[in-house]
Each structure stands twice: as C-alpha cells, then as structure tokens.
Design a protein around this ligand. Structure first.
Ligand SMILES: Nc1ncnc2c1ncn2[C@@H]1O[C@H](COP(=O)(O)OP(=O)(O)O)[C@@H](O)[C@H]1O
Ligand SMILES: [Mg+2]
Length: 169
C-alpha cells in the first residue's frame, strides 16, 4: 500500500510550488468529490502554468480529463469550446499572452514515432502543452519536467475521482 500526500486547500500552494518551481520528483493525490472540486484543482494549477510547461492527463473515457482542461481554460477566459480535439490531434487556445495553450488528444496516435512524424516536438517549447493520453502513448519523448496527472474513477460514487499528480524521472 502506497500512501500519497493528499492535496488540500491548506497545502496546495506549497505543493504547487514544489511541482512548478523545482526539478524534484513528486507524487500527490487529490480527491475530487464532484465536478466543482475538479475545476477548483484545475483553476489552482492554471495559475502556475507558464510557457514550456507540459501536463499529461491520463485516465479512462469519462474520467474527467476534459472537465479538468475546461477548468484550466476557464481560468484563462478561453472562449472556444474546449472539447477533446478528436479529429485534429491538437487545438490551440489564445490565452491573451504571447504564447498559447496547445491541447492535444493523442488517443488516436499509435506511438511516439507517429507523433514525431505527424506533429513534432516544437509545440513543447512554444506554449503550455496539455496532452490527453500523453503518458500512455508518447511518454518516451516527453521532456523530463513533464507533469503527469492520472485520474481514476471511484468504484461506487459516480461523482468521485482520484487525481494522482506525479513526476518521476
Ligand atoms: N469529480 C468529477 N470530476 C470530473 N468529472 C466528473 C466528476 N464527477 C462526475 N463527472 C462527470 O464525468 C464526466 C467526465 O467527462 P470528460 O471530462 O469528458 O472525460 P474524459 O475527457 O476523461 O473522457 C463528465 O460527464 C462529468 O460531468
Ligand atoms: Mg476528453
């Protein structure tokens, strides 16, 4: 049994400082009891995001990857509909800065070779990259500072989700 430090509204700033301002490995858990909790977490994380940051979102269909990304987009007042970019692989959102958010959904990409051929790695330096299914499919080509978020559904409570936020070089 592995016990992860839990993210609460008391320690979240300290934890996000570790996540975004150090090169340390880490592993934290956040328990979301409803969509609003997920949006609260996403909003907090959004405050820390800057150019060059990469977050993967991993978890089965319906786990909440897009809800979380909507929370990030709403922090930046993105007006475009933030649904998964199923047919385009990557969507670009203007966030009123000199770099955008790139929202990827790599579910339909076979592996990292296909990603390198079709998309390339230039996006990684040029904005904030939020990559649905990133850890499952293109983990081997993501930079070391990539932050991974795994979302798991609770077995009984249909509104409960477990977020594991980790980096492991
Ligand atoms: N705590 C929660 N956090 C996020 N979504 C939740 C939560 N509880 C229920 N849901 C529901 O689960 C679904 C998640 O869908 P979505 O974000 O599109 O999943 P994914 O992008 O991972 O396939 C939504 O219908 C949302 O209303
Ligand atoms: Mg989705």
């Amino acid at each position: 049994m592995i016990f992860l430090e839990k993210i609460t509204n008391k320690n979240i700033n300290n934890i996000l400082n570790t996540i975004f301002n150090t090169a340390d490995d880490f592993s934290y858990e956040y328990v979301s009891n409803n969509v609003d909790d997920t949006k609260w977490l996403a909003n907090y994380i959004a405050k820390y995001l800057k150019k060059g940051d990469i977050i993967t979102l991993n978890g089965e269909l319906g786990s909440g990857k897009t809800v979380f990304l909507n929370g990030i987009a709403s922090y930046f007042n993105v007006e475009k509909d933030v649904s998964s970019p199923t047919f385009t692989i990557v969507n670009e959102y203007n966030i009123g800065k000199d770099y955008p958010i790139y929202h990827f959904d790599v579910y339909r990409i076979k592996n990292s070779n296909e990603f390198l051929d079709d998309i390339g790695t230039e996006y990684f330096d040029n904005g904030i990259c939020l990559i649905e299914w990133g850890d499952e499919i293109i983990s081997d080509i993501l930079p070391q500072n990539t932050i991974h978020i795994d979302i798991t559904k609770d077995i009984e409570d249909e509104n409960k989700r477990y977020f594991k936020i980790w980096r492991n070089k």
